[in-house]
Design a protein around this ligand. Structure first.
Ligand code: UD1
Ligand code: CA
Length: 451
């Protein structure tokens, strides 16, 4: 087993995600619900990797193929252990028995439904084991409303037990220092402690929390660490999902602003876990950034724009009311205006698509101007085709570009054209009916119909 990069101690992380999550009222496993554009499981796996875990075991339920697929996508090296029956958190940890038995220094037990824990906190938990005095480091918090949580039972400064809410005495229920659920266990003693846990409690479950009292009975020591409540929010229902989203958005907005972006009304901007805003980017109110967006220095993202899987160059202007879909790659100083949708298209420096357009599966050369209402007809009902437009071209308003089609550099298209054939560089293309004018027709028409 390889030692961790940043620690001399080896670390096994066990991520519990086998719970049914019935309070979510969802067809989807709880841990796949998303926060800031990716699953709770992905958030937890990423944090655990950053905390220097050498090995990860994800404990999933027997019907959780989608959970397994997500774990593999985020942490390809992660192993999966199936907990056949949901008999409690200690039973779930023991689904990873084989890995535990291999003898890691630190064993981190984390919950996939507790998605906001920072890597530093996992590191602190590991730190608490480093001098060899503690067999367990348990993470706790002062709860606004402790109901439902396990309580830390502390005597003369020492954590002696964790009592589950439903098994607690009235005096114990009054305790506000609660169990966040996550623990670091010293590898030496972990397996013996876990195997000693029974299920003689009101729920008939194997509680991980019982390992504290068991450790004490063996003369081992447990340490209680404390964090802010908003870091250890557990998501059991959709209200808590929304609360977690709000906390995470707050963190992401603060990070974006500290890195030099202006958010005029931060609370109205939705970011994703990976949104990358350059220095001096200005984001107006009511903008949504889906996953995979980067915006270059000095660009302006105007109100009511929606961006996803798109890169925007420096000093560009987007919106208001623009939609950038996956594969939109915009160069510097590009202008995308209102009611313009761009998908899978490269747009060269200084090009403009300012009004009411759909541009998909295309490439547009530098400084080209796409007139109002231009549509790339990229789909024939079966396949998608490309539209290629050179530099310095001019596409007149209300043109339909029927792909596949190539428009040469410097070419000019008359307004209202339906372009079905390639256009040579610097040519003028007109593809519309010639105008007919009948002198006096309108007046005669009015008089004939007037009674
Ligand atoms: C747990 C703690 C409680 C703590 C609370 C914090 C125990 C016994 N209780 O209670 O002290 O205050 O978290 O939120 O540990 N899971 C499985 N298999 C199971 C049961 C659970 O994988 O058989 C997983 C769930 O998917 C979840 C995590 O373990 O990720 C916690 O389970 P949950 O049932 O939500 O525990 P709580 O009752 O909230
Ligand atoms: Ca829970």
């Amino acid at each position: 087993m390889p030692p961790a990069d940043s620690h001399s101690r080896s670390c096994l992380a066990i991520v519990l995600g086998a719970g049914e999550g019935s309070r979510m009222g969802s067809a989807q496993p709880k841990v796949l619900h998303k926060l800031a554009g990716r699953s709770m499981l992905a958030h937890v796996l990423t944090a655990v990797l950053k905390a220097g875990a050498d090995r990860i075991v994800v404990v999933a339920g027997p019907d959780h193929e989608s959970v397994i697929a997500e774990a593999k996508a985020i942490a390809p090296g992660a192993e999966i252990a199936i907990q056949e029956k949901r008999l409690g958190t200690a039973h779930a940890v023991l689904a990873a028995r084989k890995a535990i038995a291999e003898g890691y220094d630190d064993i981190l037990v984390v919950f996939a439904d507790t998605p906001l824990v920072r890597p530093q906190t996992f590191a602190r938990m590991r730190e608490a084991l480093a001098d060899g005095k503690n067999a367990i480091a348990a993470l706790g918090f002062e709860a606004q409303d402790p109901s439902g949580y396990g309580r830390f039972i502390v005597e003369s400064g020492t954590l002696i037990a964790i009592r589950e809410d439903r098994d607690a005495s009235p005096a114990e229920r009054a305790v506000r220092l609660c169990n966040a659920g996550l623990m670091a266990l010293a590898g030496q003693s972990a397996l013996a402690l876990l195997e000693a846990i029974g299920n003689a409690n009101s729920k008939g479950e194997y509680y991980l929390t019982d390992c504290i009292a068991l450790a004490r009975a063996k003369g081992l020591q447990a340490s209680a660490l404390s964090v802010a409540e908003d870091e250890v929010l557990g998501v059991n229902d959709r209200m808590q999902l929304a609360a977690a989203e709000a906390i995470l958005q707050g963190r992401l907005r603060a990070k974006a602003m500290l890195e030099g972006a202006t958010l005029i009304d931060p609370s109205s901007v939705t970011l994703s876990f990976d949104t990358a805003l350059g220095r001096d980017v200005i984001v107006e109110p009511h903008v949504v950034f889906g996953p995979g967006v980067s915006v270059g220095e000095g660009s302006l993202i105007r109100s009511f724009s929606h961006l996803e899987g798109a890169s925007v160059g420096a000093h560009a202007t987007i919106g208001p009311f623009a939609r950038l879909r996956p594969g939109a790659e915009l160069g510097p100083e590009v202008h995308i205006g209102n009611f313009v949708e761009v998908k899978a298209t490269q747009v060269g420096a200084g090009a403009k698509i300012n009004h009411l357009s759909y541009i998909g599966d295309a490439s547009i050369g530098a400084r080209t101007n796409i007139g109002a209402g231009t549509i790339t007809c990229n789909y024939d009902g079966f396949a998608k085709f490309r539209t290629e437009i050179g530099e310095n071209a001019f596409v007149g308003s209300n043109s339909a570009l029927v792909a596949p089609v190539r428009i040469g550099a410097g070419a000019y298209i008359g307004s209202g054209s339906v372009i079905t054939q390639d256009i040579a560089p610097d040519a003028l293309a007109l593809a519309r009916a010639r105008q007919v004018e009948k002198p006096g027709w309108a007046k005669a028409h009015r008089e004939k119909n007037r009674k």
